[in-house]
Structure formats: structure tokens, C-alpha cells
Design a protein around this ligand. Structure first.
Ligand SMILES: *[C@@H]1O[C@H](CO)[C@@H](O)[C@H](O)[C@H]1NC(C)=O
Ligand SMILES: *[C@@H]1O[C@H](CO)[C@@H](O)[C@H](O)[C@H]1NC(C)=O
Ligand SMILES: *[C@@H]1O[C@H](CO)[C@@H](O)[C@H](O)[C@H]1NC(C)=O
Length: 393
């Protein structure tokens, strides 16, 4: 069904919908869509280009930038307040575009609506849907329909006319937890982490959203609704490693310190884990990471590995976050595996827990123990970015 014409990457819809933000259902989201609004946006979008969102030379003139992305955040009145510092850490008034969808108008103590925040939109009442009596989780359907309600807001013929020749893209990532993927789907992008839909896909999806809801009234989460609906259109998920659902508990520094060489796009479930920097609280930690992001978002967290031959020491650096030092030579095949500093998301989970291999941290004084350092500050001297780190643990 997908169109064969080249896709000018003009407008992509990024829906951070779903169970996440979901807000009502789980703890939510926080999207560090850091990458998306850097000054070097076109560079940051290299991964999308690699996915061949853009094919003709004409398209190259219109490299995707932040103005082409519409963020859809599905939230609820109840969770609005606790998410605010997270959203403010990446939202750029007059830079990022989009809306935050709510189940009811914001409470009085949230008014006047902050200008540092995405404009709000109250979702339509799902009770008006014919299928409503059959819905198992009406809140999931409310959030899912934010895509459709966004489209209505945007439905300007002049805008649409320009984006006729496009392809279908559904990009996101599975959960880190085998159990989550088993329970929901291995073929679904997790809405807490966020996912991106190309404009043409949204355009095709919108008219059939309510039909999908009628077909799957028993689905409990909005991202499962979306992936089922897209599967029926013949569109499968393209995995992008930078989206992170963080279906994990405890200290995720081991995972973040072995981030693959893909731009960091999101971090979700931050309230369920330890702060990502020792000695800082949740909000401070995220703002601290974002300080490094301001210097170079495109490299944030990505792991580099090097060796110091005179001493036979190994070093791994997660850019803007941490550095690990080992007093021995350890092969990259080992060092790229995350240290299992975290615990499974669900007590009921059984091994294998994770969708990736891990290695156990060595706690004895053996040479294989990682000496962990964390970012203290970033500064720019001339053309060089200097990073100060501190040992921890
Ligand atoms: C983004 O791309 C549009 C063209 O589609 C251009 O007009 C605009 O200046 C670009 N913005 C940035 C920040 O590069
Ligand atoms: C956003 O732009 C409007 C109009 O250009 C301006 O009045 C407002 O102060 C800007 N807001 C911020 C937070 O920069
Ligand atoms: C480093 O490792 C090599 C190969 O095992 C060994 O020959 C050399 O002596 C080591 N150097 C130090 C400083 O330990």
C-alpha cells in the first residue's frame, strides 16, 4: 500500500502517545527529544536519512529539521504537574511544535497556562463513540485518538498539498524487557519512549482510526492499537535504537553507559528508576544531562571505547554522561554490553529478562571492576568541548 514516490521529508508526525504518557496508566514519559531541536538538527537527523526517508536530490534541499516535526503528547490532568519539569527540560517555546493532550481542562492552579509548555488541547470525549460500551480501557483510546485530533487541527489544504508524495514510516523501539514485549507485542513501538510517524502515514491512518478502534476495543494500550492498525495497513515497525522505554528498575547507569552509536531520542519511566546521576534528584539529573546536550546533542550518551597501551587500561566513555576505567585490557565485544546495574521491571518476570546481553558488575577489587565516573560539567574552550568528570562509588 505504500506509495512508491520519493518522500520529501517535510513533515513528520512524532507521536509520543500512548501508554505512556499515558499517563493515566503508567508513570510516564519524559521525552528527551533532545536531538530534535539542536542547532545542528539536520546532522542530528542522520539516522532518519539513513532510513532513506529522503531519496531524491530535491529532498536534500529540504533536510528535515525541527520545524517539520509535530510532537503529540498524550497526558492527563492528574499527571500534568509531576511531568512538567521533564517536559520543560526539552520543550522549546517557539522552537518545538505540538500539543499536549489532556483528559479534561487544566486545573486552576495550572493557569495561566505556562508559555514554557506545549499548548494544551482537551481530547474529545470517547463516550460519543459507538464502540464506547465495548472499550476495555477508554483512556487508551482517548490517547490514541490524539493523532486524529491533531490532524484535524492541522487540516489545511495548502499544507497538505505540498506533502502528497510521501512514504509510510513507523519508527520506534520495543521495550528493554522481554516480558513487556511478550505481553504486548514484539512488533510494537512503545509510546512512552515515543514513536515517529511520517506525514503520509498519518494522513492514511486518520480516516480509519475509528474503524480500528471498533476492530480492537479490547486492546488495553494505545500503542498496541496503533501497531495493530498499522499492521493492517501493511506497515511494520522500523526499529530505531535511540528511543528508550526504560522498562527497568533501579540504577540504569549501566545501560546508559553502553549506549549504541545512535542518537538518544527519548527516556521514559524516569520516576521508576534511581536518578541517573548520583547525588542528584530526578529533575536535576535530567537537567544535568541536558546541559551536556546543549554542547552536542547528536553524540549524547553514545559509547566510545579506547585503550591506553602503556598501562594496558581500557576506557569507555558515554558522551556527556559517564566514563568507566578498567585496569586491564577488555575486548570491545565485552565492553559494549551494558553492566547489569538495574533490575527487571516486573517482579513476575522470569529470565531471560532483557532484550540485550548484559555483563555483571565485578564488585571485588579485580581488574575487571569498572571505576565509574560521572559528568560534572561541560565547557567550551575555542573549538574544543571540555568535559569534567568525577569518580563515584
Ligand atoms: C527548516 O526547513 C525549512 C524548509 O522546509 C526552512 O524554511 C527553515 O529555515 C529550516 N529551519 C531551520 C531551523 O533550519
Ligand atoms: C514566542 O514568540 C512570541 C511571538 O513571536 C513571543 O511573543 C513570545 O515571547 C515567544 N516566547 C518565548 C518563550 O520565547
Ligand atoms: C600489556 O599487555 C601485554 C600483552 O599481554 C604485556 O606484554 C605487557 O607487559 C603489558 N603491559 C603492562 C604495563 O602491564
Amino acid at each position: 500500500m505504500s506509495s512508491k514516490t520519493p518522500f520529501p521529508p517535510k513533515l513528520q508526525y512524532l507521536s509520543l502517545g500512548a501508554s505512556c504518557i499515558a499517563i493515566a496508566i503508567s508513570t510516564i514519559l519524559v521525552l528527551l527529544y533532545t536531538i530534535l531541536y539542536s542547532q545542528k538538527c539536520s546532522q542530528s537527523f542522520v539516522p532518519f536519512n539513513e532510513l532513506k526517508w529522503s531519496t531524491s536530490t530535491d529532498d536534500m534541499k529540504f533536510a528535515t529539521n525541527i520545524s517539520h516535526i509535530k510532537f503529540i503528547l498524550a497526558s492527563s490532568q492528574k499527571t500534568l504537574k509531576s511531568r512538567k519539569p521533564y517536559i520543560e527540560s526539552w520543550w522549546q517555546p517557539n522552537g518545538t511544535r505540538g500539543n499536549i493532550f489532556l483528559d479534561s481542562p487544566p486545573p486552576k492552579d495550572f493557569l495561566p497556562w505556562p508559555s514554557t509548555y506545549p499548548p494544551f488541547q482537551v481530547n474529545e470525549d470517547v463516550k460519543k463513540l459507538r464502540v464506547y460500551p465495548k472499550l476495555v480501557v477508554p483512556a487508551a483510546v482517548r490517547m490514541f485518538r490524539s493523532i486524529l485530533e491533531t490532524f484535524w487541527l492541522e487540516d489545511d489544504q495548502n499544507v497538505l498539498g505540498k506533502y502528497d508524495h510521501t512514504k509510510y514510516h513507523y519508527t520506534g523501539m520495543t521495550s528493554e524487557a522481554v516480558k513487556s514485549n511478550f505481553d504486548f507485542s514484539f512488533d510494537m513501538a512503545y509510546g512512552g519512549a515515543g514513536y515517529a510517524l511520517s506525514y503520509s502515514l498519518v494522513k492514511t491512518l486518520v480516516p480509519i482510526i475509528d474503524d480500528c478502534i471498533e476492530r480492537y476495543p479490547y486492546l488495553r494500550v494505545s500503542d498496541q492499537l496503533l501497531s495493530s492498525c498499522l499492521a493492517d495497513l501493511g506497515v511494520d515497525l522500523t526499529h530505531v535504537k535511540g528511543f528508550h522505554q526504560i522498562d527497568l528498575l533501579g540504577d540504569i547507569s549501566g545501560l546508559l553507559s553502553s549506549h549504541p552509536q545512535s542518537p538518544l531520542l527519548s527516556l521514559h519511566h524516569l520516576d521508576g528508576i534511581n536518578p541517573i546521576f548520583p547525588s542528584k534528584n530526578q529533575y536535576e539529573s535530567i537537567n544535568h544531562l541536558m546541559k551536556a546536550a546543549k554542547f552536542d546533542q547528536s553524540r549524547l550518551l553514545q559509547q566510545s571505547i579506547c585503550y591506553h597501551k602503556p598501562t594496558n587500561w581500557s576506557f569507555t566513555v558515554a558522551w556527556g554522561y559517564s566514563a568507566h576505567v578498567y585496569e586491564t585490557v577488555m575486548p570491545r565485544s565485552l565492553l559494549r554490553k551494558p553492566l547489569e546495574t538495574f533490575q527487571p521491571f516486573k517482579k513476575s518476570a522470569r529470565p531471560p529478562f532483557y532484550m540485550f546481553n548484559t555483563r555483571l558488575p565485578w564488585v571485588d577489587p579485580s581488574c575487571q571492576a569498572a571505576h565509574a565516573f560521572f559528568l560534572v560539567e561541560c565547557s567550551k574552550v575555542g573549538d574544543q568541548i571540555r568535559i569534567k568528570i568525577i569518580v563515584w562509588g
